[in-house]
Design a protein. Structure first.
Length: 125
């Protein structure tokens, strides 16, 4: 499977999940164990939407020619989704505390955007 196809499909799936996750957060969030469950879920869903769109953008750009930088951006966005958003979801649902996975996921998001920028600056027009 090409980078373009994987990023486009992955981003679309993340966006679809985000819609359902947002509805769940709005309706079930207040009843979850964590005192800040609603805020945690709002943040998780926001970052899911933004980085789902980031994956779609990578896929669109990769159709014109993939690079290691685009591959890195795609992988970092995916890893950030699991670590950052996953941690916020786990905290909200279980009532647990934050772990180092959340900030690590945040750094993955930042790295993904920087890799995307490097690709944009180094790609041949």
């Amino acid at each position: 499977m090409t980078l373009a196809r994987a990023s486009l499909a992955g981003g679309a799936v993340v966006l679809a999940i985000s819609v359902g996750a947002g509805a769940f957060a709005a309706h079930a969030g207040p009843g979850l164990p964590h005192l800040d469950a609603v805020e945690l879920l709002r943040s998780a869903v926001l970052y899911q939407f933004v980085h789902g769109l980031g994956l779609v953008a990578v896929g669109i750009v990769a159709r014109g020619g993939a690079s290691r930088w685009l591959a890195a951006a795609s992988m970092l966005f995916a890893l950030g989704l699991v670590l950052f958003c996953g941690t916020l979801w786990m905290m909200a649902v279980t009532g647990g505390d934050a772990t180092l996975a959340a900030p690590t996921g945040g750094f993955c998001f930042i790295g993904g955007w920087l890799a995307f920028a490097v690709h944009a600056l180094t790609m041949r027009a």
